[in-house]
Write a protein that binds this ligand. Structure first.
Ligand code: NZQ
Ligand code: ZN
Length: 410
């Protein structure tokens, strides 16, 4: 097991009706004025925003609203939010929404004390500073990105089609309100994209080059098993509170770094995040592509491309999640080599995972996302800008490898 440091500074307030406690939670921390960030209107239509504002009023917390964050949120919008935050005198940024809203809030919070262009922080031309940075709190409305407890914020520069993540411990929210009833209104497609994303957050960490870490490995496999079964229940009954609640908590655990403890090198985050890197190019080029849907296409293709670099990891996943083991070719008198049995088990594991994503409504191909072979050169161009000529951990990938993976998704 590798050395690691794990810190979960976010206070999670979880349960039915907790939305109405948002104001008292903020007030108990001494916050007096919240910049309330939200998205394209779902929280207005569902009444969630009104409930949050009412709870702020009841707790004596002033507020300024800043709506309009789009899915795959834009840098330009966050820049605007920095101006609004400064003018408002807010002492906390409260996101009411999903990952796109929370990431916008995180960008605004970091941007307030920085006198240069916000994008500098995402390109690492400048480092974020704690002094003057606003704390972030959130009321989560979709279990997916895990931003409610993660150290990341992801924004897209729409002028350059570059989607970049900024990882900093400063990004972790101080309070996250997780009220599973808010997710009853999610369209099935968004629920499924969120489920895929949380599986991917676990798998990116699981597929690091470190040797077995049984506690973390079994935690990961157990989480994915639970996500698969709870997703099935939600798809049958979108208002099943327990299933929604389990998915919500799984989404947080998938990405608060617990799922990678002991698997990261040099104390860093576990895994090479290859699929996320390749997906971000899809949703950067077409923001209508849901991040999770892009992952459903890219991740199985990446797995089929690299599994031979580390068959053991794939066998552990197959056994831990799907009860798939290689057949014993001698005992079962099978006309195959042991190597062929291993390959069959691994490919069956990847097929099962992809079949699960498809069963909940996720796409299998780039074509289903509206892309053709003609789009691949543009993905590769920005991928190289983001990742350099080679990237990845389980297997180093060149741009030719990335092209082959994208082409296998057509
Ligand atoms: O914009 P509104 O109208 O609010 O609608 C949203 C949006 O259309 C809707 N929605 C959210 N909650 C709802 C709801 N509709 C009905 N009822 C509800 N309760 O769902 C749509 C998707 O929302 P979004 O916030 O975009 O989803 P998600 O949480 O998947 O966030 C995706 C973004 O997070 C980034 C992704 O790249 C993408 O930009 N990620 C952020 C990470 C992080 N900060 O740690 C890690 C992830 O790997 C990911 O990269
Ligand atoms: Zn993700």
């Amino acid at each position: 097991m590798n050395d690691f440091s794990f810190s979960m500074p976010t206070k999670v307030v979880f349960g039915r009706g907790m939305t109405d406690h948002t104001g008292s939670e903020l007030a108990s921390r001494g916050f007096k004025h919240a910049l309330v960030v939200y998205g394209k209107g779902s929280v207005v239509r569902t009444g969630t925003l009104d409930r949050v504002l009412a709870s702020l009023d009841a707790a004596g917390v002033a507020h300024t609203e800043f709506g309009g964050a789009q899915p795959n949120p834009s840098l330009a919008h966050a820049r605007g939010g920095v101006e609004v935050a400064r003018a408002s005198g807010a002492d906390v940024v409260l996101a009411v929404g999903g990952g796109s809203v929370i990431d916008t809030a995180k960008g605004i919070a970091l941007g307030v004390p920085y006198q240069g262009d916000l994008w500098d922080l995402y390109t690492h031309a400048a480092e974020p500073v704690a002094e003057g940075k606003l704390p972030v709190a959130c009321v989560l409305t979709i279990p997916a990105a895990g931003s409610e407890a993660s150290a990341s914020s992801v924004l897209t520069n729409e002028e350059t089609h570059l989607k970049k993540g900024l990882s900093s411990e400063l990004n972790r929210p101080v309070i996250s309100v997780l009220d599973p009833e808010l997710t009853f209104t999610l369209p099935a497609y968004q629920t499924a994209a969120g489920v895929t994303d949380m599986c991917a957050h676990i798998l990116e960490r699981f597929f690091s080059t470190s040797g077995p870490v049984p506690v973390t490995d079994q935690l990961d496999c157990g989480l994915i098993r639970a996500i698969i079964s709870e997703a099935g229940r939600v798809m049958e009954d979108p208002e099943c509170y327990d299933a929604r609640a389990n998915l919500m908590w799984a989404g947080t655990l998938a990405h608060n770094d617990l799922a990678g403890c002991g698997r990261g090198a040099n104390g860093g985050r576990a895994g090479g995040w290859e699929s996320h890197g390749m997906e971000h190019e899809l949703s950067a080029h077409d923001p209508k592509v849901a991040h999770g849907a892009g992952l459903a296409v890219v991740m199985p293709a990446w797995m089929r491309y690299v599994w031979q670099s580390n068959p053991e990891r794939f066998l552990t996943l197959g056994a831990g999640v799907f009860d798939i083991e290689p057949v014993d070719v001698v005992e079962d008198c099978i006309d195959a080599t042991p190597e062929e049995a291993v390959e069959d088990a691994i490919l069956a594991t990847i097929d099962e995972l992809q079949a699960f994503f498809c069963s909940i409504g996720m796409p299998r191909t780039l074509g289903e996302l509206g892309f053709t072979a003609d789009d691949i050169p543009a993905f590769l161009e920005t991928l190289e800008q983001n990742k350099g000529a080679e990237f990845g951990q389980l297997q180093r990938l060149t741009m030719d490898d990335a092209r082959a993976i994208y082409e296998s998704c057509l």
